[in-house]
Design a protein around this ligand. Structure first.
Ligand code: EPU
Length: 333
């Protein structure tokens, strides 16, 4: 039976799918094999990092497994969570238990199971810092597989699940490892400034979480009010030589050293092209964060990709830099 996925993706794009199957247990997920081996299967989690086509003629699987299991060790707390646990609730719950480590990752929309795919990250911390293991069901044989952190090839907004293992696994759960003597990560400039503004007497995990929430609320639109998928492009990494040349040409260029050269702030590049707050009537660059494309109400995937293409063209022409789209774009069928 056809189903509309508009309410199941944070960009709020209309998508008519052939069939939706919401799975809530591992047994159900394994029993579903070999249905998951269809090429036309779309695995959807919280829908916060996807551009869905207007029509998807195949099956949609939503692995909505819930549950949290805690194993306390001397040095760390291990938390195994079902893929369908909403990430923001999970972070709040760990903090309420007195466990730190996830505070910088507060309020990232989406489900825990999708977090390894693009190695979610914010304010100086990424999932790679806390991930211990990923559990998945192999779409080709229905078997349960366990991936240790080193197997996941996590890097900036990337993992094996977007590369060599793309479309072969349904993630069923993840295990996080939160060291008991976790250090706070306060290096991100905006975060430090926000903590200063809050003027708390002692900075702890909870105050970091509050600062992150305040920063995000100021810059990032609430998908419930204005459809969006967070950052629409990755921050591009260019060679040191190219960054130096650009910095000479463009005073104020925002860049940070990283493996492979310099990571440029895509938001700054887009902003500098005069595109912040601009759009095509259907889609726009958010007025408070140019890297976030927002659905002005009636957009389809085509409208989003048309505006994204225009942004890429402008940035290429002015800076000779390629912007790579960050969410998963499903081809129109
Ligand atoms: N800036 C502008 N114009 C803007 C917005 C920002 O010039 O409209 C400048 C800022 O002044 C700042 C720089 O661009 O110096 C970077 O901006 P920001 O700190 O907001 O971070 P970002 O690089 O745009 C990344 C992540 C976000 C994450 C934040 C905070 C990516 C693609 N995005 O954004 O992640 O929340 O850092 O750590 O790496 C997401 O992936 O969906 C996401 C929201």
């Amino acid at each position: 039976m056809a189903v509309d996925l508009r309410a199941r993706n944070t960009l709020g794009l209309p998508c008519q799918a052939h069939e939706l199957q919401v799975i809530t247990s591992l047994a159900q997920l394994q029993a579903g094999f070999p249905r998951w081996d269809e090429a036309s299967l779309l695995v959807l989690a919280g829908g916060s990092n996807v551009v869905l086509p207007e029509v998807w003629p195949g099956r949609v699987l939503q692995p909505a497994l819930r549950g949290r299991q805690v194993r306390e060790e001397k040095e760390a707390v291990l938390i195994q969570v079902g893929a369908g646990e909403p990430w923001p609730e999970l972070v709040r719950w760990t903090l309420a238990q007195g466990w730190s480590g996830l505070e910088n990752l507060s309020d990232i929309p989406g489900w825990a199971g999708a977090a390894p795919l693009q190695n979610i990250g914010a304010y100086g911390v990424e999932l790679a810092d806390v991930l211990q293991e990923v559990q998945s069901v192999d779409r080709r044989d229905g078997r349960l597989r366990r991936w240790q952190r080193a197997d996941c090839a996590l890097s900036y907004r990337d993992s094996i699940f977007k590369g060599a293992a793309r479309d072969t696994q349904v993630i069923a759960g993840i295990t996080l490892r939160l060291p008991r003597r976790a250090q706070l990560h306060l290096d991100y400039g905006d975060l430090r400034a926000e903590l200063d503004r809050m003027a708390v007497s002692t900075v702890d995990a909870q105050s970091v979480a509050t600062a992150v929430s305040r920063l995000r609320a100021r810059k990032l639109p609430d998908p419930a009010l204005l459809g969006n998928a967070g950052s629409f492009f990755k921050n591009p990494i260019v060679s040191q030589a190219q960054a130096d040349a650009l910095a000479r040409q463009e005073p104020g260029l925002v860049a940070h050293a990283c493996a492979g050269g310099q990571k440029l702030a895509a938001a700054w590049l887009i902003d500098r092209c005069g595109l912040r707050g601009q759009g095509n009537g259907k889609v726009a660059c958010h007025r408070d964060q140019a890297l976030v494309l927002v659905n002005l109400g009636a957009a389809t995937a085509g409208d989003v990709l048309a505006w994204a293409g225009h942004v890429q063209d402008c940035v290429r022409q002015r800076f000779a830099v390629e912007l790579e789209i960050e969410p998963r774009v499903y081809a129109s069928c």
